[in-house]
Design a protein around this ligand. Structure first.
Ligand code: HEM
Ligand code: MTE
Ligand code: MO
Length: 468
């Protein structure tokens, strides 16, 4: 690298936007990231570091502190920082001071922001996953929220601006639904086994099922003058949700869904203040989270601060760049983010939770257990197990999902299944599910592979080693 030119901090500082090329420094290197900034998974906030050093920003987003990100950065190296300009020590600010305690059973996948998955073996114990061990997927520091001063803003096209306190929201008819929330990255680690994928590694525990209680979003919107007739072409409108969690520039977590979901009488969008009959825990969006059942977890915005109806989608990077699935031939370097719509309803999936790949088991009868789930309110009609790579299948018994006391209009919940098999010799065990639209999972990941490792829904396959 010594052959590359040397630059001073002041020279780097001149390259603070596209018209002058975007340069940044990191440790001893100087990088021209003009081209990369257009495809950066974290969106245009990369420009906050333009003309300066990355360190303070990467401290806020430690998702960057790993070798695959360093490799990407090195591709854009154009020079070195003058020796005198290299900062030996960095003042560090901890943006994660106010984080809540987390249950030790959560498998920690990242600390800042916190991400933890439920051990799959705990998922099968209860139809409703206990709050303490429900997976946590945070993209930003957890915001500090005071329930007394909390307010939810409502505004947008054909709506009056309204601001509601937590007490106001609790006055609406109280509704409970049972719904599964699943991260688009669930099972990413399996997809990455054939060919590496970029993103947080999850096994099958980035999913959970809970009873969500609160006010129906449409009831609340009505106080802002919401009238379905006001939107002639619902597909042209979007309901946007903002969270209270923000980055250094004040940009918040955000997502949106097409307005048509809200106009569907069989959709249950809930402004939830209770999760499994307790106030929503801080990590899951206290005091209010929007629950959008049957839709990828990323849209169920926590710490909800604003709901608006707009003629455009949320512009947040999690709507525009992340949580989209591209062709297997597209890479981070070649992606055109506008080429795919954001993920909404998720495809059918299933998972074996009772055993891990490589487990040793005794010869003879064996009980397998797991979950199966499909988005869009589609029911799971069958779960099948094969011990001979698909030559023959056993039908698993699936749990009862009719929550007669709850107000679900569709099947928003997973099923838990169990299958009693008889295993005589070491074998690969396959599971697949069929949903009420007769959709089935692909047999392997090859043709659904995408560089972000999203919607990893192939058959779950584990190898069981039979002790002889
Ligand atoms: C995500 C690279 C600068 C904010 C990412 C990811 C990569 C990346 C590869 C995906 C990581 C993953 O999910 O595994 C870079 C490079 C940069 C840069 C090479 C050098 C210029 C910045 C800056 C900021 C930033 C300066 C903030 C001011 C983010 C955010 C995400 C992200 C918010 C999304 C994290 C999430 O999934 O929630 N970046 N980044 N990045 N980056 Fe950067
Ligand atoms: N809402 C806010 N405000 N901030 C976030 O980082 N993460 C989203 C979604 N809502 C997120 C958010 C993602 S990607 C998922 S998968 C779910 O919340 C996770 O919900 P959980 O942490 O309650 O399991
Ligand atoms: Mo997610």
């Amino acid at each position: 690298l010594k052959h590359l030119p040397y630059f001073s901090r002041n020279e780097v500082a001149e390259h603070y936007d596209d018209s002058r090329r975007v340069w940044v420094s990191f440790r001893r290197g100087v990088y021209d990231v003009t081209e990369f900034s257009a495809v950066h998974p974290g969106g245009s906030r990369i420009l906050m570091a333009a003309g300066g050093s990355l360190e303070p920003f990467w401290e806020l987003y430690p998702v960057h502190q790993k070798s695959d990100v360093f490799h990407i950065l090195e591709k854009y190296r154009i020079g070195n920082l003058n020796e005198d300009d290299v900062l030996e020590t960095q003042e560090s600010v901890d943006h994660f001071k106010g984080e809540p305690m987390r249950h030790p059973a959560l498998i920690r996948r990242a600390e800042k922001p916190f991400n933890g998955e439920t051990p799959p073996s705990l998922l099968i114990e209860k139809f409703h996953t206990p709050n303490d061990v429900f997976y946590v997927r945070n993209h930003l520091p957890v915001p500090q929220v005071d329930a007394k001063t909390y307010s939810l803003e409502i505004d947008g096209i054909s709506l009056n601006e309204v601001s509601l306190s937590l007490q106001d929201i609790k006055k609406f008819p109280k509704v409970s639904i049972s719904a599964t929330i699943q991260c688009g990255g669930n099972r990413r680690t399996e997809m990455g086994k054939g060919k590496p994928v970029a993103g947080l590694g999850w096994t099958g525990g980035a999913i959970g099922n809970a009873k969500w209680t609160g006010a129906r979003l449409v009831d609340v919107l009505r106080t802002a003058g919401f009238k379905p007739e006001a939107y002639k072409h619902p597909e042209k409108f979007h309901v946007k949700f903002d969270g209270l969690d923000t980055d250094q520039s004040g940009e918040c977590y955000g997502a949106s869904v097409p307005l048509s979901y809200l106009l569907d009488g069989n959709f249950d969008a809930i402004l939830a203040y209770e999760m499994n009959d307790k106030p929503i825990p801080i990590d899951h969006g206290f005091p209010i989270r929007i629950v959008l059942p049957g839709i990828v977890g990323a849209r169920s915005v926590k710490w909800l601060s604003r709901v608006s109806i707009s003629d455009e989608e949320s512009q947040s990077p999690w709507q525009q760049r992340d949580y989209k699935v591209f062709s297997p031939s597209v890479s981070l370097e070649t992606v055109d983010f506008s080429a795919a719509p954001p993920i909404m309803e998720t495809p059918v999936t299933s998972y074996i939770c009772s055993h891990d790949d490589g487990d040793k088991v005794k010869k003879g009868p064996l009980k397998l257990q797991g979950y199966a789930f499909s988005g869009g309110g589609r029911r799971i009609i069958r779960v099948e197990i094969s011990l001979d790579k698909g030559k023959s299948w056993n039908i698993a018994k699936i749990s009862d999902t009719n929550d007669t006391n709850l107000e679900n209009t569709r099947n928003w919940s997973w099923v838990l299944w169990e299958a009693n098999i008889n295993i005589q010799s070491s074998a690969e065990i396959w599971v697949k599910a069929v949903d009420s639209g007769y959709n089935q999972q692909p047999e392997d990941f090859k043709n659904i592979w995408n560089y972000r490792g999203l919607l990893a829904t192939a058959y779950h396959k584990i190898y069981l080693d039979v002790l002889t």
